[in-house]
Design a protein around this ligand. Structure first.
Ligand code: ARG
Length: 581
C-alpha cells in the first residue's frame, strides 16, 4: 500500500483504537488535503462530540498514540483540533522507487475480483450513431479498461437496438431498393439516416407499404427464415458502420461483444411468466404490468412497468428485465454497469426495482445506471448541425482530424515528420482530444462540445497530456537513454521533486475509486495533476544537467515513473500517446 491517504488512515485508526478502545478501529479518520501539511486528519471534531470532550484534547490523545515510525516526519494539532500530518521525504522516495520498480506501478488488484458486465455504446441498427452514443462509447470503454486493469472479470456488452417494430418497414424498404444495393455498399442503404427516413416516410404516406411492414414484423417475430435473413443483412451493414467508428476511436468493442436486443427475444415470454408466477406482474387494462413500490405519477397513481402490451407484444423494459434475469441466472455476474444516457434514468430505476422484487438483484448482485449527460453545442443547446439535424459521428470525427492537423502544424516540433508519421500523430491527437474532453467531465454532467477548447496544447486537454508524455520521451532521447534504463534510486530534495513523487503515489487509490464509482473523470483529473506536478518539477529541476550524478539518476527515474503513469493512465482512458510529437 503506497497511497498516502490510506497509509495515514490506517495509522490514525490504530491510534484511535489504542486511545479509545478497539471499537474505534473502524472510525473514519476523515483524512483531507491540508494547506499546512501533506494531509490532515479531522476525526477529532466529530469524535469529541460523541465522547463529550474537547476536540483539541481528543486530537492530542490521538497524536500521543500515533505510530509515526518510517512514515510521518511531523505532526501538529492546529485550530480547533485538526491533526496536520507531514510525510517523511524518505518514505515518499522509497514508495516512489517501489512504484518505479513495479510492473503495475504498485497498483494493487482488487481484493475480491468480480464478474462485471459493462454495457455501453449500444447504438441502434439502421440508424446513424449520434454524439450521445459517442459519449456512452468513450466513457464505457474507459470504465471497462479500468475495471480490467484492477483485475475484475469484465464482460463488455454492446446492447445494440436490433429488434422491434421498425424492422418491418426497414426490411420492406430494403426489398424495394433491392438487396444488391446493400451488397454493393450503395449509399441508399449505407447512409443510415437517409435509409431510415425514407422507410419512415413511406410507412407514413403509403398504406400498402405500411401493411406490408406490419405483416413483416409478424414474420420476423415468428422467426420466418427468409425474413431473418433480410434482417441479418441490415444488421451486418450497421455492424460494419459501428466497427468503422470503433476502429477510428480505438474502442475495444468487437463483434463478439455484441449482444443485441434480439438475443433476448426467446427469453421474453419466460421472463413475463416468471414475474406473473411470482405475483409481481398483474393484468391491468389488458396489459401485463408490474408496479414497483415508490414510483407514482403526478396524481399519486402507481406507475407501471409494462411487461406485455394488451396486443401481446413485449416492450423495451421487458428486454431489459430478461437481460438481467439472463445475466444473473446464466452468466452469474456480480455487477452490471449500464453506461446509458441520463434521460433513461427512470426506466432503469423501475427495471432495477422490479428485478429486486423478483430476487434477481440483491445485495450480492448489483446493477447501476452510470448516467451520461447530454452533449451540448457551443450555443449551450443540444448539439445539432447548422441545418438543425443530428450530428453524424463520422463527420464529427473527420472534422476533429482536420482541425487537429491545423493545430499540430502550428506548434514547435523536435524534428520534421514525413507525411505518414504526421498523419498518424494527428489522428492520435484528434481522438485523444475528443476522448479526453469527454472523459474529463463528470459523466453525468452536460458538457459543451467545443473543438477549439479540446484541440489545444494548453489547459486540461488530451493533446496537452500527450505532449507532456512525448516531452519526457524526448529528454531520454537527448540523453541517449531508454526510460527503462532509469532505475534510480529516487531521492527527494527539491520541493518540486517531493510534490511530483507524492502525486505519483496516488495512482492506485484513484483507479480503485474510478472503478468503484464507474467514474473515469477521477482518473482524467489525476493524470492532469501528475502532468502539472511534472511541469513544475521540469521548470525547477534540471534533469540531464543535474548538479551531480545521484541527482541526475534520481530525476531521470522520476521522469520514467511519470512517463509510465501518464501512458498507463491515458491508455486506461483509451487515449493514445504518440511517442514523438
Ligand atoms: N439502444 C438504446 C439507445 O440508443 C440504448 C440501449 C441502452 N441499454 C439498455 N439496456 N436499455 O438509446
Amino acid at each position: 500500500m503506497s497511497d498516502p491517504q490510506l497509509v495515514l488512515a490506517a495509522r490514525v485508526q490504530a491510534a484511535l483504537s489504542a486511545a479509545f478502545g478497539p471499537s474505534y478501529a473502524d472510525t473514519d479518520p476523515v483524512i483531507r488535503p491540508s494547506q499546512f501539511a501533506d494531509l490532515q486528519a479531522n476525526v477529532a471534531l466529530p469524535l469529541a462530540k460523541k465522547l463529550g470532550r474537547k476536540p483539541r484534547d481528543v486530537a492530542q490523545e490521538i497524536v500521543a498514540n500515533l505510530d509515526t515510525a518510517g512514515v510521518v516526519a511531523d505532526v501538529q494539532v492546529s485550530g480547533p483540533g485538526f491533526i496536520n500530518l507531514t510525510l517523511s521525504d524518505a518514505w515518499i522516495a522509497g514508495e516512489a522507487q517501489r512504484t518505479l520498480e513495479d510492473e503495475r506501478l504498485a497498483v494493487p488488484t482488487a481484493e475480491k475480483p468480480q464478474k462485471v458486465v459493462v454495457e455501453y455504446s449500444s447504438p441502434n441498427v439502421a440508424k446513424e450513431m449520434h454524439v450521445g452514443h459517442l459519449r456512452t462509447t468513450i466513457v464505457g470503454d474507459a470504465i471497462a479498461r479500468i475495471l480490467d486493469f484492477l483485475g475484475h472479470d469484465v464482460v463488455r456488452d454492446n446492447h445494440v437496438g436490433d429488434w422491434g417494430t421498425p424492422f418491418g418497414m426497414l426490411i420492406e424498404h430494403l426489398l424495394d431498393l433491392g438487396e444488391e444495393a446493400a451488397a454493393r455498399g450503395d449509399s441508399s442503404v449505407s447512409d443510415l439516416t437517409a435509409f431510415y427516413q425514407a422507410a419512415r416516410e413511406k410507412f407514413d404516406g403509403d398504406p400498402e407499404f405500411a401493411d406490408r411492414s406490419r405483416t413483416r414484423v409478424v414474420k420476423l417475430q415468428a422467426g420466418d427464415p427468409e425474413t431473418l435473413r433480410l434482417w441479418q443483412v441490415l444488421v451486418d451493414v450497421s455492424k460494419q458502420y459501428f466497427n468503422d467508428v470503433y476502429g477510428r476511436l480505438g474502442v475495444t468493442l468487437t463483434d463478439d461483444d455484441i449482444r443485441g436486443e434480439s438475443f433476448y427475444n426467446d427469453l421474453l415470454a419466460p421472463t413475463a411468466r416468471e414475474l406473473e408466477d411470482k405475483g409481481i406482474a398483474v393484468i391491468s387494462d389488458g396489459a401485463l404490468c408490474a408496479f414497483p413500490p415508490g414510483f407514482t405519477g403526478r396524481e399519486g397513481e402507481p406507475l407501471p412497468v409494462i411487461i406485455r402490451k394488451s396486443d401481446g407484444g413485449y416492450n423495451y423494459s421487458t428486454t431489459d428485465l430478461a437481460t438481467i434475469r439472463y445475466r444473473v441466472d446464466t452468466e452469474h455476474v456480480d455487477r452490471m454497469v449500464y453506461v446509458v444516457g441520463a434521460p433513461q434514468s427512470l426506466h432503469f430505476q423501475m427495471v432495477f426495482a422490479v428485478s429486486r422484487m423478483a430476487g434477481w438483484l440483491d445485495d450480492e448482485v448489483k446493477a447501476e445506471h452510470a448516467q451520461i449527460g447530454n452533449v451540448l453545442g457551443t450555443d449551450g443547446k443540444i448539439l445539432r448541425t447548422r441545418a438543425g439535424g443530428t450530428v453524424k459521428l463520422s463527420e464529427l470525427l473527420d472534422e476533429a482530424v482536420e482541425r487537429a492537423g491545423a493545430v499540430f502544424d502550428g506548434i514547435q516540433h523536435d524534428e520534421p515528420f514525413d507525411d505518414a508519421t504526421r498523419e498518424a500523430i494527428v489522428r492520435d491527437v484528434a481522438m485523444g482530444a475528443v476522448k479526453y474532453a469527454d472523459l474529463s467531465v463528470a459523466r453525468d454532467s452536460e458538457y459543451i462540445f467545443d473543438f477549439d477548447r479540446m484541440i489545444s496544447f494548453n489547459g486540461k486537454t488530451g493533446p496537452y497530456l500527450q505532449y507532456a508524455a512525448a516531452r519526457i520521451r524526448s529528454i531520454f532521447r537527448k540523453g541517449g537513454l531508454a526510460p527503462e534504463d532509469a532505475t534510480g534510486p529516487i531521492v527527494v530534495g527539491h520541493p518540486a521533486e517531493r510534490a511530483l513523487a507524492l502525486e505519483l503515489l496516488g495512482f492506485g487509490a484513484v483507479l480503485k475509486q474510478a472503478g468503484d464509482t464507474a467514474e473515469p473523470h477521477r482518473l482524467a483529473s489525476y493524470i492532469y495533476a501528475v502532468a502539472d506536478a511534472y511541469t513544475t518539477f521540469y521548470e525547477n529541476c534540471p534533469v540531464l544537467k543535474a548538479p551531480d550524478d545521484e541527482t541526475r539518476a534520481s530525476r531521470l527515474a522520476l521522469c520514467a515513473a511519470t512517463l509510465r503513469t501518464l501512458v498507463t493512465g491515458l491508455s486506461l482512458l483509451g487515449v493514445p500517446t504518440p511517442t514523438r510529437m
